[in-house]
Every structure is written in C-alpha cells, then in structure tokens.
Design a protein around this ligand. Structure first.
Ligand code: NI
Ligand code: MN
Length: 225
C-alpha cells in the first residue's frame, strides 16, 4: 500500500492495483501548486465530509476519471444527482471494494457543502487492503468512539488531523493514537491556513516522547506500508 500526501487532508492511495484519492483539496491550496489534479489517477474518491477543504477538486477529478465517489449517503447522493458514479455508505457500515474493505466510522465535526446543502454526518474510513490496515480519521475531535476501531482492526497506520482549531491538536492526536492502538501516525490538516499552523519539530517530539512516530510528509511525498 502506497500513500501519497497531496497537502492538507488530501491523499492518494495505491492498493491492489487501484488508485484512491481522499478528500481532494489541491487546486485551492497554494502549497500544493506542484500537484496537477489533471493527471492524478483515480478509480475511487473517498470523502470524509462535505466541507470545501475536502471536496474542492472532486468534480474535476471524477469528470475526467469516472472515479466512483464513496462517502456517506448524503454526499454520495449529492454527486449522484449530478451524474457522478457513487457508492453511498453510512456510519458503522463496511463494503468489500475491488481494492479492499472500507468501513465508514464516526467523527465529531460538521459536514455542510459550501452552498449550505446538508452533507450528512462527517466520518472517517478504516481501509483494509494488501494485508495492511489504515485509519483515516477525517476532520474530528478526539472521541471515545476511536476505541471501537482496534476491537475489529489491528491498524498499521493512523492518519490523524493535528492542526487544532477545527480538529484535534497534537496532544489529542497522541491520545487518539492510544485509543486506536497504533503508534505509527501520519499527520494531516495542518499548516494550510493560519488557524492550523503548527511547529513541526515540537509535534514530532511530543509524539516521540509518548513512544509514537509522527510522520509529516512533504506535499507530493509518500510512504509505503
Ligand atoms: Ni471540515
Ligand atoms: Mn477540514
């Protein structure tokens, strides 16, 4: 499983020969100007919630690639009504896709579309594929529900927001890593705008002092599991 960071909360995942794009907000992020949304490969687009900083490039990518949009019922239906392929899910549900198993799990946040359209309840994803398991928390507060994840899934990587203000901060993300029982964390949702700027060295040190490994990738950088 290869995971590429496209900035903010945007990710590319290659698993079992399929390309997944998660929460594409790239063309609106000046820090990601070297990532070209017109050449990204996508068989599936996974959306945690409907906020602009997670869906900005969905239509451009889906139009070109015909990717299947996977999200909660309201978001999937919103894109379905516009003619896009979609797979609706809801909290607690799982589906076996060609690339692996996806479970839509709880997040504490909000989820309206930029125009105010109801975007259902926000979520995260647990993805199991190629014998590796990852958790993408989406935008969320620290929540006790995270403790449910390791009851079913032994994680190899937790992808957690760390920028505070709109989501967990570094300290809460460390507790989240404990709740999901995963010491390997990829940080997302930081530095993109003023409200969520963080000190990288400090964040990495805090995780290290808790016996955990925080990875902060360059935009365009990747890790392989
Ligand atoms: Ni959000
Ligand atoms: Mn966000």
């Amino acid at each position: 499983m290869k995971i590429t960071f496209f900035g903010h909360s945007s990710l590319g995942i290659e698993v079992n020969g399929k390309h997944i794009v998660v929460d594409p907000f790239i063309s609106g992020n000046p820090k990601a100007s070297h990532i070209d949304i017109h050449s990204l490969k996508a068989d599936f687009i996974l959306l945690t919630h409907a906020h602009q900083d997670h869906i900005l490039d969905v239509e451009a990518i889906a139009k070109r690639t015909n990717a299947i949009i996977v999200s909660n019922w309201e978001i999937a239906t919103y894109y379905g009504n516009k003619g896009f392929q979609n797979h609706p899910m809801n909290h607690g549900g799982s589906w076996d896709f060609e690339f692996g198993k996806v479970k839509y799990v709880n997040a504490i946040h909000s989820s309206s579309f930029p125009d105010g359209t109801y975007g259902g309840n926000p979520g995260g994803f647990v993805i199991e594929g190629e014998h590796k398991n990852i958790y993408i928390a989406g935008d969320t507060a620290l929540t006790m529900d995270m403790k449910l994840i390791p009851l079913r899934t032994k994680l190899d990587l937790a992808i957690l927001p760390i920028g505070s203000n709109f989501t967990m901060d570094v300290e809460d993300a460390i507790t989240a890593a404990e709740f999901v029982e995963c010491d390997k964390v990829l940080g997302i949702h930081y530095d993109t705008f003023g409200y969520i700027e963080i000190n990288h060295e400090e964040a990495i040190k805090k995780f290290f002092n808790s016996g955990k490994d925080l990875m902060l990738l360059e935009i365009g950088g990747f890790i392989e599991l």
